[in-house]
Design a protein around this ligand. Structure first.
Ligand SMILES: [Zn+2]
Length: 113
């Protein structure tokens, strides 16, 4: 909760000040033209440091605006995807897969009649 300032008259405050987090978060503008193609989903117009909990180990981690920009605009990650694993768990998974994502063998059967 933001601290209130009872000594400051109400009219001197910002009339529509949104509830700001106590720690100002880094925020950078998004380059929409560089994001992966998406249709119905409204893409983010900016990236903002986003705390999240790792799904593997439960650690609190911060997905920074810079990391998001890289993910959406360099790695072309889907705009609806967000970070779910902390750095350590991502690294552990990468080492398990030895750098290459494991691709399941998909047997495509021809279903020609
Ligand atoms: Zn983790």
């Amino acid at each position: 909760m933001p601290k209130r300032h009872p000594d400051k008259p109400r009219y001197q405050r910002e009339p529509e000040a949104p509830a700001q987090p106590e720690v100002p978060r880094n925020r950078i503008a998004a380059d929409l033209s560089r994001q992966a193609p998406n249709n119905s989903y409204s893409p983010p117009t900016f990236y903002e440091d986003m705390p999240f909990t790792c799904v593997d180990c439960g650690a609190e981690e911060l997905w920074t605006a810079e990391q998001q920009k890289w993910w959406y605009e360099e790695a072309k990650g889907p705009v609806q995807s967000t970070a779910v694993r902390c750095r350590a768990c991502r690294q552990a998974r990468r080492e398990t897969h030895q750098g290459t994502p494991r691709r399941p063998h998909v047997e495509r059967r021809k279903e020609d009649a």
